[in-house]
Design a protein around this ligand. Structure first.
Ligand SMILES: Cc1cc2nc3c(=O)[nH]c(=O)nc-3n(C[C@H](O)[C@H](O)[C@H](O)COP(=O)(O)OP(=O)(O)OC[C@H]3O[C@@H](n4cnc5c(N)ncnc54)[C@H](O)[C@@H]3O)c2cc1C
Length: 342
């Protein structure tokens, strides 16, 4: 049986460093421990909240029930010609595994370098960056169904991935604990550098390298991200605080007429994606400071906790941002991280 603690501070367990207390807390390192912890919760009729790296949550208050730190480790792989299927335990750190795969000569994850958090949660919101998302590489995952206690397998179609979205944020919300995920990688060093900012960064090296390798792509992604995004260990944050809104074509063209410099990106269904950071900046909120919380000075999409802020203060700022954007552009911004304890 894993040790179950009472009244544990979650401040070290969330990248926004927000203060909150878990009624019960338990770290699980094996599936046996995971089942035992779930049994404990069932016996006491407690809700169960799984946690990975805590980089995509907002703690607005204390969490009742059992908070489960999913620390399952390990990986296995299967090579089939140039294809490699790798199964990662949910508690493995995402970026460590990107680097590990590059070292093994298993390619495909490089555009997703340096995303904080663990492998399990990557499937919750279909993480994406620099022109690649998890769904592009996804094969399947294994999860424990909290309702039945059974181990279940989901293939890609069953996960119903969308933009920063999946079944696990919708009808499967709060029902499953992800145990492992399987991704399809390749031993062929093919790179994807279509994303404009990545292309520009790589162009600088085009004359000095023999080939654009996956290793170079990973290094460039790390360089761009480190220059652009605040390190949560230095300035606590949860990355993009809002999803980039997707608006119908009619609204996008009306806005483009009014704001000719507004960036927008066509989607396959005819809608347009608008950068939330641009909208926030236009509202004059980039760099806004509200006591201990604020909008980052270089990245309007990132809300920060500069020292001792609470979840309530952060959510009040998020409300201010959403109201300003809605009043000016008639666009509703959706918060990307999961809010707990409000
Ligand atoms: C600086 C910074 C940059 C970021 N950049 C990006 C980016 O480029 N692209 C992107 O997509 N995201 C980005 N993010 C968001 C974040 O890194 C991802 O969402 C990541 O996948 C979260 O992983 P985590 O382990 O920290 O999840 P957590 O924050 O611990 O959990 C997130 C959600 O998943 C659930 N969960 C966690 N583990 C499990 C499990 N094993 N089973 C079931 N549910 C689980 C939790 O209950 C919670 O609801 C960024 C965040 C930061 C701080």
């Amino acid at each position: 049986m894993p040790t179950i603690h009472e009244k544990v501070s979650l401040q070290p367990y969330n990248s926004l460093a927000l203060p909150a207390v878990a009624e019960y807390f338990c770290a699980v390192r094996t599936t046996v421990e995971l089942f035992a912890a779930l049994e404990f919760a069932r016996s006491k009729n407690l809700s169960v909240t799984p946690l990975g790296g805590g980089s995509n949550i907002v703690l607005a208050g204390d969490i009742a029930g059992l908070v489960l730190s999913v620390e399952l480790k390990g990986l296995s792989h299967k090579v089939m010609g140039q294809a490699v299927e790798v199964t990662f335990s949910a508690g493995e750190n995402w970026h460590d595994q990107v680097l590990h795969c590059l070292k093994q000569g298993w390619y495909g994850l490089e555009n997703l370098s340096l995303i904080p958090g663990n492998m399990g949660a990557a499937a919750i919101q279909n993480i994406g960056a620099y022109g690649v998302e998890l769904a592009d590489l996804f094969v399947s995952l294994t999860a424990i169904d909290k309702q039945s206690g059974a181990m279940v397998k989901f293939d890609k179609a069953a996960c119903d991935f969308g933009y920063r979205d999946s079944l696990f944020k919708n009808i499967g919300r709060d029902r499953y604990i992800i145990v492992d995920i399987t991704l399809a990688l390749s031993t062929e060093p093919k790179v994807n550098i279509q994303y404009p900012a990545l292309q520009t960064a790589i162009d600088k090296y085009a004359d000095s390298v023999a080939a654009i390798t996956p290793e170079l792509v990973s290094a460039m992604v790390c360089e761009i991200r480190s220059a652009k995004l605040p390190d949560p260990n230095i300035i606590p944050n949860a990355g993009s605080f809002f999803k980039n809104p997707i608006v119908p074509q009619v609204q996008a063209s009306a806005l483009s007429q009014q704001y000719p410099h507004m960036p927008s990106y066509p989607q396959v269904n005819g809608d347009f994606k608008v950068p939330a950071g641009w909208l926030i900046e236009q509202c004059g909120l980039k760099g806004a400071v509200r006591g201990p919380v604020g909008v980052h000075q270089q990245q309007a999409l990132v809300l920060v906790n500069s020292g001792g802020g609470s979840g309530a203060q952060l959510l009040a700022l998020a409300d201010e941002v959403r109201t300003a954007v809605s009043q000016r552009f008639e666009i509703d911004l959706e918060i990307e991280p999961r809010v707990y304890g409000d």
